[in-house]
Design a protein around this ligand. Structure first.
Ligand code: ZN
Length: 364
């Protein structure tokens, strides 16, 4: 609880490097105290990423396990003054507690347990704490993928789902597509026949694309930003729209990207430009099922039930699963209210979850 409090009190927004670095510094000290080698991967504009390594006690490592998470939060500094760290009943509230500082604390104490029990694990364990997950993992993506490629399994300590702490065994792939329409400007009154109305074309395209939604397969396409025109009286020569794209399956992701790329204009003379696509591919259940089955059985031996769920949002676990590396996501804290003013964790579940992570590391 003390560690969670201290970690929460060091605010670490993705966009404020100096503050984020203080958080990385705190984590460095905690991991050094537990006997790991710590390396800070310096960043110019974002907080430094932290890589801590526990090497096997005796033999050189045969392989590697990756414990993955992010220490950045969506809350700007100063949020604490209106949203202090506080304990009410069984809940610990505060910015970033659930997403995902409590998960980091659980990993720390899982490591401590392994050290104190002198657990002989033949594999190297890498803990990777990144600083930009909440803004798309631009500076950490390669690092995450490189570590994942070397790993037999990845445990992502993102928040679990609901009060029962369901592990996320599948996640939707998420992306953005931008569609730009180029038409031809003209006076709406003097020579309307000279114009090619980019907004009309855009509207027609949106109506067409909306029909690609397939709720049964979990494919969703939502226009979320729109822009167009220059002024009244003028037939607009330019309009654009941004789409949020989501899908459960890699095949659906690819099909959707292909459909966007092959869009044809409806209005004669209009030109289309398509950009973007999926940033994070889907985490399909086949990449998590083996790990989940073992986690469930270990939890049962410890006296609690572990369930699973599918999540519509993505995380860095999507990146590691996309490489074909077994990935168990949502393996972190139990609580609710991520990215909101009532974010909290059920702190009594933390030792249990830490023990489960330790057991998974010891048996992987
Ligand atoms: Zn998160």
């Amino acid at each position: 609880m003390d560690t969670l409090r201290q970690l929460t009190l060091i605010e670490s927004p993705s966009l404020e490097k100096n503050h984020a670095d203080r958080c990385a510094g705190y984590l460095t000290d905690e991991w050094l105290l537990r006997g790991t080698l710590v390396q800070l991967i310096k960043q110019r504009h974002r907080g430094d990423h932290l890589r801590a390594v526990r090497t096997p006690l005796s033999t050189p490592p045969r392989a590697q396990l990756l414990v993955l998470g992010h220490y950045d939060t969506v809350y700007p500094t100063g949020t604490l003054s209106g949203m202090p760290f506080r304990i009410v009943g069984s809940k610990a509230y505060g910015p970033g507690t659930f997403d995902m500082k409590a998960g980091i604390v659980q990993a720390l104490f899982a490591l401590e347990a392994l050290q104190e029990l002198h657990t002989n694990i033949s594999k190297r364990i890498v803990f990777l704490w990144t600083s930009d997950e909440e803004i798309g993992s631009e500076t950490s993506r390669r690092l995450i993928e490189d570590e994942a490629r070397r790993s037999d399994a990845v445990f992502v300590l993102e928040p679990s789902l609901g009060p029962r702490g369901l592990v996320k065994t599948s996640r939707k792939g998420v992306g953005e597509a931008k569609l730009m329409v180029h038409g031809r400007a003209a006076h709406a009154g003097l020579d309307p026949e000279q114009g090619i109305n980019a907004i009309h074309e855009l509207a027609a395209q949106i109506a067409r694309i909306e029909k690609w939604n397939d709720p049964r397969r979990g494919v969703t396409i939502n226009a979320d930003l729109i822009d167009g025109g220059t002024r009244t009286n003028v037939i607009p020569d330019c309009a654009k729209v941004n789409f949020d794209l989501r899908a459960w399956r890699l095949a659906d992701m690819r099909a959707l990207e292909k459909r966007f790329r092959s869009l044809k204009p409806i209005t004669r003379g209009a030109k289309l430009e398509v950009r973007g696509g999926f940033d994070r591919p889907p985490l399909e259940r086949r990449h998590s099922s083996v790990l989940f089955t073992r986690a469930k059985s270990l939890a049962k031996q410890m006296g609690f039930a572990l369930g699973e769920a599918a999540a519509g949002g993505s995380s860095d676990g999507n990146l590691t699963a996309a490489l074909g590396v077994p990935t168990l996501d949502g393996f972190g804290a139990v609580g609710d209210g991520a990215h909101s003013a009532h974010e909290f964790v059920y702190f009594k579940t933390m030792p249990q979850r830490a023990a489960l992570l330790a057991a998974m590391l010891a048996t992987s």
